[in-house]
Design a protein around this ligand. Sequence first.
Ligand code: FMN
Length: 140
Amino acid sequence: MNNIAIVFWSATGNTEAMADAVKLGAQEAGAEVSIFTASDFSADMVADFDAIAFGCPAMGDEVLEEDEFQPMFDAVLPSLNGKKVALFGSYGWGDGQWMRDWQESCQNAGVSLACDCVIANDAPDDEAVAACKNLGAALV
Ligand SMILES: Cc1cc2nc3c(=O)[nH]c(=O)nc-3n(C[C@H](O)[C@H](O)[C@H](O)COP(=O)(O)O)c2cc1C
């Protein structure tokens, strides 16, 4: 059985709704899925999973959330080589720069992403929910 983790941070529920859709897509594709908030995940847990989807909204000025998500991700990143990894998140008024930067930081660390990143403007609409489900399935 494919063992997948979804690790997300969300203040107002938009990225959480995306995480729920990722979970559904992965489950429908036959995976065993565990879902964590950023503060409940750490580098020593990476080995338990075949694939991990990370979700974080654009915060600050086009950056990841800095108190919980970024420190967790920095700690986890060196352990991600060889894992299937995917990124998703919600944004507001920007143009997705935070996600382009996040993707680049993964590439610079030698982590290749299993599929295109999924971003949603505020709450995910039907199209974004479908894209999140596809992202979940791509990790299986
Ligand atoms: C403190 C703060 C900073 C934000 N910074 C950005 C930003 O730089 N670019 C952007 O597009 N949206 C920004 N947003 C909007 C959030 O990304 C957007 O509301 C998102 O849907 C929140 O996701 P969540 O419901 O998962 O917390 C910011 C929101 C807050 C509260």
